[in-house]
Design a protein around this ligand. Sequence first.
Ligand SMILES: NC(=O)c1ccc[n+]([C@@H]2O[C@H](COP(=O)([O-])OP(=O)(O)OC[C@H]3O[C@@H](n4cnc5c(N)ncnc54)[C@H](O)[C@@H]3O)[C@@H](O)[C@H]2O)c1
Length: 289
Amino acid sequence: MDLHLPSGKVDLVDQKTASPIQKPKTERHRMSSRLAGKVAIITGAGSGIGRAAAELFAAEGARVMCADIHAEAVRQTANAIGAAAISATVDVSVPEQVERMVLETASAFGRLDVMYANAGIGEAANVIDLTIEQWNRMIAINLTSVWLSAKYALPHLIKAGGGSIINQSSSAGLIGIPGVPHYAAAKAGVIGLTRQIAAEYGPLNIRCNAICPSAIPTPLMVTVWEKRARDAKSTASIPEQEVAAAAKLPLRRLGTTADCANLALFLASDESSWISGVAMPLDGGLTAT
Ligand SMILES: NC(=O)c1ccc[n+]([C@@H]2O[C@H](COP(=O)([O-])OP(=O)(O)OC[C@H]3O[C@@H](n4cnc5c(N)ncnc54)[C@H](O)[C@@H]3O)[C@@H](O)[C@H]2O)c1
């Protein structure tokens, strides 16, 4: 694991957004104090939802460890934030690297209050053709990593007198969505683990909640759409698939990384201090239909 300390301020980099539909709803530079004094780790902070959450948490007063397997991307996130952020190159499926990430955070900032286990991969597949290698890789990165993040964060949260663990699940963990069997299994597992942690560590003032987004155009989502189109021998472009996906949602639009960052902010803050063990849909109404 490589640790990167702040190297000075640079201009905000654009998110790796893949769609014109993606219009962040938050002001990037707002300064408030909903997370004042708190220290957060956000995994998968090199792109998409994780990057948006890191920027928002810092703007709300948190000091943030930005972790990702992509060194340059996560360094850019931390540089864009400035002195309130450090970054580390971490494979969240490797126990030693996750442990080191947590220790480096506590050592740099003196405490830990929030663990946002957001890093993940997406992959379109079907049950019959799925290989054991694909299955194991998906479970390692999208489920085992969430357990590892909690395992190493919990002692520090307990020491701090409480804290918030936010685990990234998906609509696919709540309802049946064709074409993502290993992804769905991992995300449903995240919800089970979330409830278990909430039940066991609630008495120590530790809350644990899961976020369940449907479609938010990010590199991960685009990868899934591209594979689906190839498999279906469809010539539909990504913008066309986005329009089709949005049309299936009651709110008739896809989500944004800001939608997700805003929910993570709420769950990280004391505003949600009586909410624990919840798997919260963030889906434009998908799971209401
Ligand atoms: N975008 C959506 O529509 C959507 C819907 C439901 C759930 N999610 C979940 O949201 C989370 C964030 O995804 P996103 O949409 O922002 O995608 P993204 O591809 O923009 O970001 C994912 C990040 O995770 C990092 N990552 C991947 N494997 C890693 C590993 N082994 N160790 C450390 N970092 C790793 C990637 O480098 C990337 O920066 C994922 O857990 C994903 O499953 C996304």
